[in-house]
Design a protein around this ligand. Structure first.
Ligand code: AMP
Ligand code: GLY
Length: 438
């Protein structure tokens, strides 16, 4: 039977999902709040709608006769879009609202880890009162990660001793008037992501990726949704070994076992510390940018994974090209604190892809939160587009990404050019060696 897939979401991650499905025998229909030109070009139809409105998404799914759905972002998952699609008979690859709490409620996430004895849980306390949280910050002997329990697009966390003082962290809590807060021990180490496809109690893992959350080069500035990321030709990253990767996978396995019939992508954000692998957070979806590292090197047909998940069959074993990838985002000036939305941008997708031929790798361009209007492409308040370089090693992939960026046109936009550079990767390697006392 041929499948009709509904894709929910209009960012770079969803463009990567659309491209993964474009090679499959499926009809693709997409919906998002912004008209993403990359997705629109690949899909049979594209509808602009409020993706956190389950009724609107289900109506579109029924309209196009969807037999499957992939929900990209966390917002719709938190709003119960997967539940509504499932209930309407359209299998959603994405967890139901209750299961998505593993991402959408950080207090739930930590209590769940503690109750189910999931390895890698840092010491933490949860608060429902800002004053009590501030008092704890004052009394705690050491640095803390201060986290609003709800979704903040990756921008709500403050780490004392790193980006802010304890006074600034308290001010942030008071200003934003968060009603629920998690305070946890500050983890020191190198972060990495491992994403898994999950259904029927099974999971299939993908290569580790390192994202760069901070806005500016050299890991300075505020946290963002992610400025860029890289993966290596194997499962591990240059600063970790097989045992570290295995430890992360063990955490994901224990989590899937403890969750009630989770389906979709389970994303683990880990910190490789002097005491081993710890969990920074879970997400209930692909990472953005990490999906742009992972899906382009996935040789297994993504549609086969989706169909097996829906039909309750064994998930296929995954195969990946032995290639490294480097992804760099171009974001509006002022992102994330004061982004200049509504600027017209000229993005030359074809030249970006052609540029890679000169660097003997492959380059891909993914549109993100831009909006295509009749007279051109405009920025929104979020990330604009990304290039991904694919090469034999991280250094080559980085050169490919830079060559592609140079011709794609990043004028008026900002890029962290240090992502994936040899100097920065070496710093990660040295950092872990130092933590391990090597
Ligand atoms: P999250 O929104 O949970 O992804 O957190 C955003 C960023 O804050 C993470 O990517 C980390 O860099 C940092 N972070 C979160 N929790 C901790 C922690 N316990 N220790 C150190 N850094 C953390
Ligand atoms: N790259 C971080 C995230 O997707 O949340």
């Amino acid at each position: 039977m041929s499948e009709t897939v509904l894709l929910v979401g209009g960012g770079g991650r969803e463009h990567a999902i659309a491209r993964a499905l474009a090679d499959s025998e499926a009809e693709l229909h997409a919906c998002a709040g912004n008209r993403n030109p990359g997705i629109a070009a690949l899909a049979d139809s594209f509808e602009t709608l409020e993706t956190t409105n389950p009724t609107a998404v289900v109506a579109f799914a029924e309209d196009v006769g969807a037999t499957l759905a992939v929900v990209g972002p966390e917002g719709p998952l938190a709003a119960g879009v997967a539940d509504a699609l499932d209930d309407a008979g359209v299998y959603a690859f994405g967890p139901r609202e209750a299961e998505a709490r593993i991402e959408t409620d950080k207090a739930f996430q930590r209590r769940f880890m503690r109750e189910k004895s999931i390895p890698g849980c840092p010491d933490f306390e949860t608060f429902e009162d800002v004053d009590a949280a501030c008092e704890y910050i004052d009394e705690y002997d050491g640095d803390l990660a201060v986290k609003p329990a709800g979704l903040t697009g990756g921008k709500g966390v403050r780490v004392t001793g790193d980006q802010v003082t304890k006074e600034e962290a308290k001010e942030h809590l008071r200003e934003e008037a968060y009603d629920r807060v998690v305070l946890e021990e500050r983890l020191v180490g190198e972060e990495f992501t491992v994403q898994a496809f999950v259904a029927s109690g099974q999971l299939r893992v993908t290569p580790a990726v390192q994202d760069h959350k901070r806005a500016y080069e050299g890991d300075e500035g505020p946290n963002t949704g992610g400025m860029g990321s890289y993966s290596d030709a194997g499962l591990e990253l240059p600063f970790m070994d097989e045992d570290d990767y295995r430890e992360a996978v063990d955490v994901l396995e224990a989590t899937v076992d403890a969750l009630d019939d989770y389906k979709g992508v389970l994303y683990g954000q880990f910190m490789l510390t002097a005491d081993g692998v710890k969990v920074v957070e879970f997400n209930a979806r692909f990472g953005d940018p990490e999906a742009m590292n992972t899906l382009p090197v996935l040789n297994t047909d993504f549609l086969d994974v989706l169909v097996a998940a829906r039909d309750g069959e064994d998930l296929p074993q995954l195969s990946f090209s032995p290639k490294a990838t480097v992804c760099k985002y171009a974001v509006p000036e002022g992102y994330p604190t004061d982004p200049s939305a509504g600027a017209k941008v000229a993005i030359d997708e074809e030249s970006a892809a052609d540029a890679a031929e000169d660097s003997e790798g492959d380059a891909l361009l993914f549109y993100a939160s831009v909006d295509e209007r009749e007279d051109g492409i405009y920025t929104t308040t979020s990330r604009s587009f990304a290039v991904v370089g694919i090469g034999d090693d991280v250094a080559q992939a980085e050169r490919v990404a830079e060559d592609a960026l140079a011709v794609a046109g990043e004028e008026g936009l900002r890029v962290r050019h240090d992502v994936g550079t040899e100097a920065l990767v070496q710093r990660r390697i040295d950092h872990v060696a130092e933590l391990r006392g090597e």
